[in-house]
Design a protein around this ligand. Structure first.
Ligand code: GLY
Length: 372
């Protein structure tokens, strides 16, 4: 009973999607989570599916983000069919604002290379923005990305948890303390139990570091992000996700707006809400959307993103450790990249060749990509 085909360590969106897809391919899968599935960064995320939003140049990472975003409608539909949970996928686009001529130029150049690459992106002038989003501050223009969207990260995490629990064995409160290889199988020990499997997938987010072979250069570290939720009053809200200078305001189907997020690489695993971070987020809302001044503060929370040495994902089978696979280092893009990561892991475990643009994110890559 303690022998499986595959053990997935980590029940966040990346681990759960991989586990669910592996189980669907006929494998006997165990998921081990140190806490509760989806309890960490996965449900803390604002849920932006910003494939075009935050990528600064064309290339393999941009392609990977587009590919995963394209998988989302079917992914959300499959999850709904499997679990009855509507994950709140929207199709209202993202508006990236400019407040100076330099920012306008940067947005126009982003628009040019994205359109050249076949994506949709539209420059909107300040007058039109004021008309469609009257709560926003006077700006110099914006880039509208109609195909970027958002999802409810907590509902996604819950749906994936239900999907995994119906197709895999899931053990929560099971922290892995050791992984060892015995001949052709792996022995995975938690504080109280030992399990065996032919393959192991480490998808433990910010907590992956101590589980990884020392030779890996990905240097997984927690990157603390604080967020808050506000509830607009008197019908004064935003229609689309709005982004400016690292702050985003994401309107949710329940009427709240999620505001995020700070980035702190020095806090370790600390998840306390700090006055400084909350003040920065509130100041950003006042700067971007002064018309929301009467919005009611609802709550604040923290997520620990899995940063890496180059803040790009590290995925695939580890060299010299046959059967040991990783799906780590998704940094700001775990929600967006979960569906394509699961495809990469399924292919990796089946020993199927990866398309060329996936290779950039292979765990054996060397040298590390430049930090962005
Ligand atoms: N994806 C946005 C963030 O990590 O804050």
């Amino acid at each position: 009973m303690d022998t499986f085909d595959i053990i997935v360590i980590g029940g966040g969106v990346v681990g759960l999607t991989s586990a669910w897809k592996l189980a669907e391919s006929g494998r006997k899968v165990l998921v081990l989570d140190r806490n509760q599935c989806g309890a960490e960064a996965s449900s803390a995320a604002a849920g932006m599916l910003g494939a075009q939003l935050e990528v600064s140049e064309p290339g393999d990472f941009y392609q990977l983000c587009l590919e995963s975003r394209q998988l989302y409608p079917q992914f959300a539909e499959d999850l709904f069919e499997k679990t009855g949970i509507d994950t709140g996928l929207t199709d209202n686009g993202i508006l990236k604002l400019a407040f100076s001529t330099e920012e306008v130029d940067a947005l126009k150049s982003q628009m040019d290379w994205q359109i050249k690459g076949g994506a949709r992106a539209e420059f909107v002038n300040a007058v039109d923005i004021a008309h469609f989003e009257p709560v926003l501050a006077n700006c110099a223009g914006g880039l509208f990305l109609p195909d970027d969207s958002n999802i409810s990260a907590p509902l996604l995490a819950r749906a994936l948890s239900v999907a995994a629990k119906t197709s895999c064995t899931v053990k929560e409160g099971s922290e892995v303390v050791a992984i060892a290889r015995d001949k052709s199988s792996y022995r995975v020990k938690t504080q109280s139990e030992t399990f065996y499997a032919e393959s192991v997938v480490i998808a433990a987010g910010a907590w992956a570091r101590h589980l990884l072979p020392q030779a890996l250069e990905c240097d997984i570290q927690p990157v603390k992000g604080q967020l808050l939720a506000i509830r607009p009053q008197n019908g004064l809200s935003i229609r689309r996700t709005v982004f400016s200078n690292h702050t985003y305001l994401v309107p949710k189907r329940d009427g709240t707006i999620v505001v995020g997020a700070t980035e702190d690489r020095t806090a370790g695993f600390d998840k306390d809400a700090t006055i400084d971070a909350i003040s920065d987020l509130v100041t950003a809302v006042q700067r971007i959307a002064p018309g929301l001044r009467n919005a009611v503060f609802e709550r604040t929370w923290t997520g620990l993103r899995p940063g890496s040495s180059d803040d790009r994902p590290w995925i695939g089978e580890v060299a010299d450790s046959p059967g040991l696979h990783v799906a780590i280092g998704h940094f700001r893009n775990g929600i967006l990249l979960a569906p394509v990561t699961a495809q990469m892991i399924v292919a990796s475990i089946a020993g199927e060749p990866w398309p060329h643009h996936w290779q950039t994110f292979h765990v054996s890559r060397k040298p590390a990509l430049e930090v962005k």
